[in-house]
Ligand binder design. Structure first.
Ligand code: A3P
Length: 331
């Protein structure tokens, strides 16, 4: 059943939530400890109420701009090996390659649940969605751990979380939202965007709380939650892909290095960025090309003043104290 159009003005409950403006464009509301647009809250509620996790589902999770597309692609590539989907294509690598070319490798196979699945319907048909359907299914969410549907928390499904250093993330976020919210206009002042990032008042924010929500659970349930850092994937992709594959229950064998290299190459920034579908296609009206900018570590150095850098160091110190988590602040 399609949801009725929602306007914040006809939803009294929004009046009671803390409200701020995001980038002079839209109101965002603090709900369950995090900030969202009102329409997002409606889809998140539908997701929370109706999603039924299966024990063998894999849910990928991330804050925005932390390597979601890359993680999705790697999981598709790893789980696609020997999958029913792979077999439907005759196990033929060329066919598989073509299939990946015509569908966006990551977003078609791994929909972001609260954005692509529960946005318009509270009871969407999930058959045929998620790589490997009927099982194992592969989905994604940008929600923090505490807001996930109970069925994800209570089932045996696995969660793979990717994060990125707290300086490159707001830079990537700024470039992305400028393209989406201000096409053809001057960029939103970086200083103001930085300020809202530091205050945690931005969609899906606060960033540090998002990370900690998964990190804390990862410490309690390492078999359920895998915590990956973008920077580790960059510096040691072989080791990280092996770890990811084992977590996904598709371990590589000794001597499979060539196969791992193939996965790494297939999902590399250069290759994905240059696929025709990623140069010319779009998902939810967002051009796929917006998902590929530089794909490097350390671009924050081209945007931050020394004061900004120190300020974030201090926030990280305060937020992460005693968490035992190194977020590679100064890479
Ligand atoms: P930059 O803006 O710093 O270049 P997300 O997928 O979560 O939206 O994250 C987007 C960021 O990941 C962008 O960072 C993008 O360029 C980078 N990215 C996308 N695909 C990648 C890949 N295959 N390898 C490395 N980085 C990638």
């Amino acid at each position: 059943m399609a949801s009725a159009p929602i306007s914040s003005s006809n939803h009294k409950e929004f009046d009671e939530l803390p409200k701020e403006n995001f980038w002079d464009v839209a109101d965002i509301f603090k709900w369950e400890g995090f900030w969202y647009g009102f329409h997002q809250i409606e889809s998140i509620k539908a997701f929370q109420s109706h999603f039924q996790a299966c024990d063998d589902d894999v849910i990928l999770a991330s804050f925005l701009k932390t390597g979601t597309t890359w993680l999705k692609a790697l999981c598709v590539s790893i789980m696609g090996r020997q999958s029913s989907h792979h077999q439907q294509l005759g196990g033929d690598e060329e066919e598989e390659e073509k299939d990946l070319l015509v569908r966006n490798i990551s977003h078609f196979y791994v929909p972001t649940l609260e954005v692509q699945v529960y946005e318009d319907a509270s009871h969407p048909d999930l058959s045929g969605r998620g790589l490997g359907t009927p099982s194992p299914r592969l989905f994604h969410t940008h929600l923090p751990y505490n807001t996930l549907p109970d069925s994800i928390k209570n089932s045996k499904c696995k969660i793979g979380y990717i994060t990125r250093n707290p300086k490159d993330t707001p830079v990537s976020f700024w470039h992305f939202f400028n393209k989406i919210l201000r096409p053809g206009q001057d960029p939103f002042p970086f200083e103001k965007a930085f300020e809202s990032f530091c205050n945690g008042v931005h969609v899906y924010g606060p960033f540090f709380d998002h990370i900690l929500s998964y990190w804390t659970e990862n410490l309690k349930m390492p078999h359920k939650i895998l915590f990956i850092k973008y920077e580790d994937l960059k510096s040691n992709p072989m080791q990280q892909v092996k770890k990811l594959a084992s977590f996904l229950g598709k371990p590589f064998e000794e001597g499979d290095e060539e196969e791992i290299e193939k996965v790494i190459w297939r999902c590399s920034f250069e290759r994905l960025k240059n696929l025709d579908v990623n140069q010319n296609g779009a998902i939810c009206k967002v051009p796929n090309s917006f998902l590929f900018r530089m794909g490097t570590v350390g671009d924050w150095k081209n945007h931050f003043t020394p004061e900004m850098s120190q300020r974030l160091d201090q926030i990280a110190l305060m937020k992460l104290q005693n968490a035992g988590l190194d977020l590679e602040m100064n890479v």
